[in-house]
Design a protein around this ligand. Structure first.
Ligand SMILES: [Fe+2]
Length: 389
């Protein structure tokens, strides 16, 4: 008999035009009027930050802009954001952007209320309670961070990716408008979309999964596998953009109360060491990890193949798994994902360090098949040898 717990307290407003309802959503969720808007310089240039600021100010909110968010967000930026939040007497945060903006906002919300450093919370030296309220407006379809209770922050000194995880970090509000994702560049659409599929697959298969995560994951896989190539090829296809944003949200609801696993452990090692975009780092490890995991868990991965729509009930589990591996390889090529050996700065001579970081990642324990230094080495070697993912 299965027993499990599942929680997600985030209020969700999804749909074309949803961003226009942000002010009323903030008010009805009980947010204060002094908002810190957390975003990245690209969204400032694109005018999206100004659009949200104007919308908030027209509805009686005051806005302090924090636009220093970088890909693979750093501890130092979070500390700077928290200092600004306090000095401007802000009382809530709105993150506009991808996972980096959302994770930075969650961490600022914690540091502004409770002091300390991200390290002290990640390492369990400090505990905390309620943080400043956070609302998320994702502009990419990938991370799912708008509904998860975690934030991944890089320790600048050591390149370690730290995961802060607590129910307090779950955003109170997520406003998802597919229109905001329409201008995302092709390469980012592809990389963030692959990240979302990996969330669904890892959340569905990992040791900490449960039936509710699996239900969300199954739907997410089906949507993302179908919609991503269309969104990549036709950026203005609002149906595909909408399916991707919904798919990444469902993937967040899947892994957010389960875990990710070894694809992410390797990807986070790469992100910490070389600043590799998170989705791209996931993409290059997806196939080698899936092959390793599926060889011991055929029936489970046959389910994944069926949810993605690349195998039917009449296919044997072995057939379904091989069809899935082949289909995913073609899918990644369609998205022009480069192989590991072509990613900038990545060096094979760092293999031991990558393995060390992956082994130290707590999600290694969640991988459905036991991981060891040797298994990570074999996966890395396969990824380095591949001419395509
Ligand atoms: Fe991810």
């Amino acid at each position: 008999m299965t027993s499990f717990e599942y929680a997600c307290s985030t209020r969700i407003d999804f749909g074309v035009g949803a961003v226009n309802r942000l002010p009323e959503n903030l008010t009805s969720a009980g947010f204060g009027r002094r908002i810190m808007l957390v975003t990245d310089p690209g969204l400032v240039t694109a005018g999206i930050a100004a659009r949200v600021t104007d919308l908030l100010e027209a509805n009686g909110f005051s806005v302090t802009l924090f636009d220093l968010v970088k890909p693979n967000p750093r501890d130092s930026d979070c500390l700077e954001g928290a200092a600004k939040f306090r000095s401007r007497w802000c009382d809530a945060l709105v993150a506009v952007g991808g996972g980096s903006a959302m994770d930075t906002a969650k961490t600022i919300a914690l540091l502004a209320r409770h002091g300390g450093t991200p390290q002290q919370y990640a390492d369990g030296e400090l505990s905390y309670g309620e943080v400043a309220p956070v609302a998320c407006v994702p502009t990419t379809a990938g991370t799912g961070s708008e509904v998860t209770r975690s934030a991944v922050i890089t320790e600048e000194k050591t390149h370690r990716k730290m995961t802060l995880k607590h129910e307090w970090l779950r955003p109170q509000l997520a406003v998802l408008d597919p229109v905001l994702t329409r201008t995302v560049p092709k390469t980012i659409t592809a990389a963030t979309g692959v990240d979302a599929l990996v969330h669904a697959i890892e959340g569905y298969t990992c040791k900490r999964t449960q039936p509710i995560s699996q239900a969300f994951g199954a739907q997410a896989m089906s949507l993302i596998y179908r919609a991503l190539p269309t969104a990549y090829e036709n950026p203005d296809d609002i149906e595909a953009r909408s399916d991707m944003l919904l798919g990444s949200l469902l993937a967040g609801l899947c892994f957010g109360s389960a875990d990710v696993a070894s694809v992410h452990c390797l990807a986070e090692a790469l992100g910490g060491l070389y600043d590799t975009p998170h989705g791209l780092a996931n993409a290059v490890f997806l196939l080698p990890v899936l092959k390793y995991n599926a060889s011991e868990n055929v029936a489970l991965h046959a389910q994944v193949a069926r949810h993605m729509g690349v195998a039917s009930d009449s296919d044997s589990p072995d057939e379904a798994v091989s069809q899935m591996l082949l289909a995913l390889s073609e899918w990644l090529q369609k998205l022009d994902i480069p192989p590991l050996s072509e990613l900038p700065n990545v060096s094979r001579s760092d293999e031991a360090r990558i393995i060390e970081l992956a082994m130290a990642n707590s999600s290694t324990q969640s991988n459905v098949r036991e991981m060891s230094v040797e298994s990570y080495r074999a996966i890395l070697e396969e990824a380095f040898a591949g001419s395509h993912p």
